[in-house]
Design a binder for this molecule. Structure first.
Ligand SMILES: Cc1cc2nc3c(=O)[nH]c(=O)nc-3n(C[C@H](O)[C@H](O)[C@H](O)COP(=O)(O)O)c2cc1C
Length: 475
């Protein structure tokens, strides 16, 4: 008589059998017996109808893919330490963060917390035994190791760390850890003497060299009366936040190694030491572009006129007042791969800037003679040496937007123009939204791409994405 080993069936059949047995409330073996009996016996009308065979679902991606909504999965290994009770709270904290948790308890852990508590909190079966035939059939230690996005060990006992460092697989927890292909996060917890013991120090160093991440242990009071030092397990919320950070896909850095130079804000052109000519630019759009380029991995240099904004994180900012200072600062930051001139630079300045405050007199109003400021966009666009590979100008217009932007494009010699309507009704000047048109050119002429109304942050992200598509990261 031939025997049937269910474990050796192909995955599609096993999935079908599991689904069907779960639906009918039987074990898989029982379900197989029912199916076989059904082949030789007439159908029992009291039997619930069996579900039609469903095709096996495609294997789910292990790592969250962009655009695919799926809860992340964590295998949580609870070691036999006094801090195990905190791991029950950790299960809750992970679930609050929409992370599915499947628990493995070491034999020692079951002395501190019950399987029942871990399964009630996780909503999943709990695994404890390497040699449990049912667990091996249902999931198996290899699947426990791989059918997740991350493995967390909390508390990581001195004993578990030693087993891991030596590559032992003598129980379910250590076998899962040895078979793991997913990242591992340890939250060690032990008496300070155990933590500072040279053996534990060696094991911790080996594990870190092996690429295993650790959180804690923290310093503080121990469970043992009168003991304090380094050895307390990190708090459940700390561990849960570290898990979330580890589950995040790495941020793409499409402009890594590129230097991006950006100007932003208005300029102030002095009339005398206390008065100046200004404009309504807030600098928000340029600052948003600087932040977006920095997030894309670029080395960003921002030259800012007088604005009421905080410097974007990770960006080198030079603060200037006037158009001439802005040009000097721009030149000082060359060479650059990309230059984006988003500042609203005053076209004119006062020719006869007073050294002293102009006095009001009864006789005459002082005349203000204006002279042209340097044209920063044209100057940089027409550099013979050190011209950035991609020069982008902004055209803020209040009328005939596209025609004026095209004329500016032709005049300045830059590569792209971002045109926006800044007439008062749009609320663009100082506001948080912007409607822009991106003008580019090739051998066939000028192309205008009109973007929908977006926040200035969204415009910045879209522009940086367009730049990254065009120039990419440094070779
Ligand atoms: C009351 C009590 C508390 C313990 N607390 C810890 C602890 O916090 N950290 C630790 O590494 N070991 C602790 N141990 C020792 C472990 O339980 C022991 O090393 C055990 O073999 C660990 O098994 P495991 O690593 O398979 O969970 C404790 C033991 C007892 C009796």
């Amino acid at each position: 008589m031939a025997s049937l080993t269910i474990r050796k069936l192909d995955e599609t059949l096993k999935t079908y059998l599991r689904l069907r047995s779960a639906q009918n409330g039987r074990s898989v073996e029982e379900e197989v017996r029912v199916i076989l009996r059904g082949l030789i016996e007439p159908a029992d009308p009291s039997e619930p109808p069996s579900a039609p065979p469903t095709p096996a679902p495609p294997p789910e991606p292990m790592v969250p893919q962009p655009g695919v909504a799926r809860e992340a999965r964590v295998t949580l290994i609870i070691g036999g330490g006094i801090a195990a009770y905190k791991s029950l709270d950790l299960i809750r904290r992970l679930k609050e963060r929409h992370i599915q948790v499947r628990c493995v308890l070491t034999k020692a852990a079951t002395q501190f917390v019950t399987e029942l508590a871990a399964s009630a909190l996780s909503g999943e079966r709990v695994f404890t035994d390497l040699f449990d035939a049912r667990s091996e059939f249902d999931v198996g230690h290899i699947r426990l190791a791989r059918d997740c996005d991350l493995i967390v060990v909390a508390p990581a006992t001195a004993d578990l760390m030693a087993k891991m460092a030596q590559g032992l697989a003598s129980d379910l927890a250590s076998a899962v850890l040895l078979a793991a292909t997913r990242p591992i996060l340890l939250a060690p917890a032990m008496n300070p003497m155990m933590w500072s013991n040279p053996a534990t120090r060696r094991n911790a160093a080996t594990l870190q060299r092996d690429g295993i991440q650790m959180i804690g242990p923290n310093a503080g009071e121990m469970a043992e009366k009168g003991e304090a030092g380094v050895g307390r397990m990190a708090e459940p919320t700390e561990i849960a936040d570290a898990v979330v950070a580890m589950l995040k896909p790495p941020t793409p850095r499409p402009l890594a190694g590129r230097r991006v130079l950006i100007t932003a804000g208005p300029t102030h052109e002095a009339i005398d030491p206390v008065r100046y000519i200004a404009n309504r630019s807030s600098g928000k759009q340029g600052f948003a572009i600087a932040a977006a380029a920095q997030a894309a991995g670029a080395d960003v240099r921002l030259i800012a006129g007088p604005v009421e904004l905080s410097d974007p994180k990770g960006v080198r900012v030079t603060h200037v007042e006037s158009a001439r200072q802005m040009l000097d600062a721009v030149e000082a930051e060359l060479p650059a791969d990309v230059a984006i001139f988003a500042a609203a630079v005053a076209d004119w300045r006062v020719a006869n800037e007073g050294d002293q405050k102009l006095k009001k007199t009864d006789t005459a109003i002082p005349p203000l003679t204006l002279v042209e400021n340097p044209d920063i966009l044209a100057t940089i666009s027409n550099l013979k040496e050190r011209r950035p590979g991609l020069v982008i100008g902004f055209a803020a217009e209040t009328e005939h937007l596209i025609d004026n932007a095209k004329a500016k494009f032709a005049r300045k010699g830059c590569d792209w123009i971002v045109a926006n309507d800044v007439s008062p009704a749009t609320g663009v000047m100082g506001g948080d939204r912007n409607t822009v048109h991106l003008l580019t050119k090739d051998t066939e002429g000028v192309h205008v791409a009109s973007w929908p109304i977006m926040t200035k942050d969204e415009v910045a992200t879209a522009l940086v994405a367009e730049i990254a598509r065009t120039i990419g990261p440094a070779a």
